[in-house]
Design a protein around this ligand. Structure first.
Ligand code: MV4
Length: 450
């Protein structure tokens, strides 16, 4: 195992990674920007280095500066957390070149999964179901129209460099498709520097269900069941849970096995996630692979009893996987809500100084945050200030415990989305497990603020 690890991230996830390192007796190195001088991840780490100005381009995304700090501090490995540099193949490659272990898969695997067209091709070869569509770059609206005619409308136009919904467009007929093509291509080109487009059949009212994987460097791979993340707003997840209220045992097993096939096929090592779209008939289709630790990983930890960060560290250090598939438990139900510093009605960010902050505690409540009373939420970073996770023997109990905890949650000085979270958790459709990706559009009617 490593004796010292640098955490190339901030906020709750940096704190989360530090916690597991400490438990394993690993020294931790934090990096921070001028906006994070008073942050919890800085005070918790054994060492901390100021690396630049608040803007991420001048701090948390500065690859050479981070490598320089890792070498100066003699860190043997870097944990990238999520977001920031976690899925940047150039960063993984620079670590490899400098003899620093990147805690994640190999750079070429990250790069392959970063291209959605390439990922489709690979998954098809691995025998993983993909959405009917094309796995090549469309050279213009004519070719798009030809492909769409054979797929059948409606279709979804997507950017190969995409993910997160940018450059996507639904077309219900040829006129719509032709009209959308150039605009989507231009948006993708300006946003990603790559205007490559492809199309898929549009799946109506899908669920977003993803499989958590752990794979070691010796070809062993297990799945840690699924997470359902259908409650989203503008491609931002808001509530995640495990298990999915929608899946039956057979579909769950088929999805898990397909995800393992995918990982084996690409020589994947470390923790990873295969995202699927699941339609109303429970057909599932590969959507994207996330080659990092995810925000919502705690719900999986709560039902399996496995510390995913610990497994990431062990795998990166060259240890073989400690589990066989039959040993992966699934106990009870866990739900996570993301607490955002935003106005629940306008959804505008709500930065500012937090004057009072406290979360309820309890055996079945887990709170992940780097926020404390007195700190200022700045507009430089993601507005997610905390995650609250509740578990229970069943879904209804987990919902009730989470609602109770949210009622006792105290944040003063800024606005948060807690009223939205309470409304969703108490909604009859949510309680019935009717969780499709259009849930918030359908059910959340923001109050007009005076
Ligand atoms: C789709 C889809 C329906 N059909 N692809 C949204 C984000 C991007 N990663 C993929 N997304 C979608 N792709 C086909 N062929 C619907 C979505 C989608 C969605 C997916 C998961 C979770 C929430 C969503 C909200 C809107 C659209």
């Amino acid at each position: 195992m490593f004796s010292k690890v640098l955490i190339a991230n901030r906020g709750e996830i940096a704190v989360r990674v530090i916690r597991t390192c400490r438990r394993l007796g690993i020294q931790t190195v934090a990096i921070y920007s001028e906006a994070d001088v008073d942050s919890l991840h800085v005070s918790l780490a054994d060492e901390a280095y100021l690396i630049g100005k608040p803007r991420v381009a001048e701090s948390y995304l500065n690859i050479e500066k981070i490598i320089e700090v890792a070498k100066a501090a003699k860190a043997e490995a870097i944990h990238p957390g999520y977001g920031l540099l976690s899925e940047n193949p150039s960063f993984a490659r620079r670590c490899e070149e400098e003899g620093i272990v990147f805690i994640g898969p190999k750079a070429d695997v990250i790069a392959a999964m970063g291209s959605k067209i390439e990922a489709r091709r690979v998954m098809e070869k691995a025998g993983v179901p993909i959405v009917p569509g094309v796995s090549f770059a469309l050279d213009g609206a004519d070719e798009a129209a030809k492909a769409a005619a054979s797929i059948g409308y409606p279709v979804m136009l997507k950017a190969a460099a995409g993910g997160g919904g940018i450059g996507m467009h639904i077309a219900r007929d040829e006129a719509e498709l032709r009209q959308a093509f150039e605009g989507s291509q231009k948006r993708a080109a300006s946003f990603f520097g790559d205007g490559t487009m492809y199309i898929e059949k549009y799946i109506e009212r899908p669920r977003h269900i993803e499989i958590q994987l752990l794979a070691d460097s010796y070809g062993n791979c297990v799945y840690l069941w699924e997470r359902e993340c259908s409650i989203q707003r503008r491609h931002q997840k808001v509530i995640e849970e495990a298990p999915s209220p929608f899946l039956d045992e057979e579909t769950r097993r088929k999805m898990g096995e397909a995800a393992v096939r995918a990982a084996r096929h690409i020589g994947y090592a470390n923790a990873g996630t295969i995202e699927f779209l699941v339609d109303e008939q429970k057909n599932f289709y590969f959507l994207e692979m996330n080659t990092r630790l995810q925000v919502e990983h705690p719900v999986t930890e709560e039902i399996t009893g496995i510390d995913i960060v610990e497994e990431q560290l062990r795998i990166a250090a060259g240890e073989p996987l400690r589990y066989q598939q039959e040993e992966i438990r699934r106990d009870g139900h866990a739900i996570e809500v993301r607490i955002y510093a935003e106005d629940p009605n306008t959804f505008y960010p709500s930065p500012g100084r937090i004057t009072a902050f406290s979360a309820p505690q309890g055996e079945w409540i887990r709170h992940e945050t780097a926020v404390q009373s007195g700190i200022t939420v700045t507009p430089f970073y993601d507005p997610m200030i905390a995650k609250l996770i509740a578990k229970g023997p069943d879904r209804q109990t987990a919902i009730e415990r989470l609602l109770e905890a949210l009622r006792d949650y105290r944040v003063e000085g800024i606005k948060t989305n807690i009223p939205l979270l309470e409304a969703v958790l108490s909604h009859p459709a949510f309680q019935a497990g009717d969780t499709t990706t259009d849930f918030l559009l359908k059910h959340w009617k923001p109050l007009k603020t005076k």
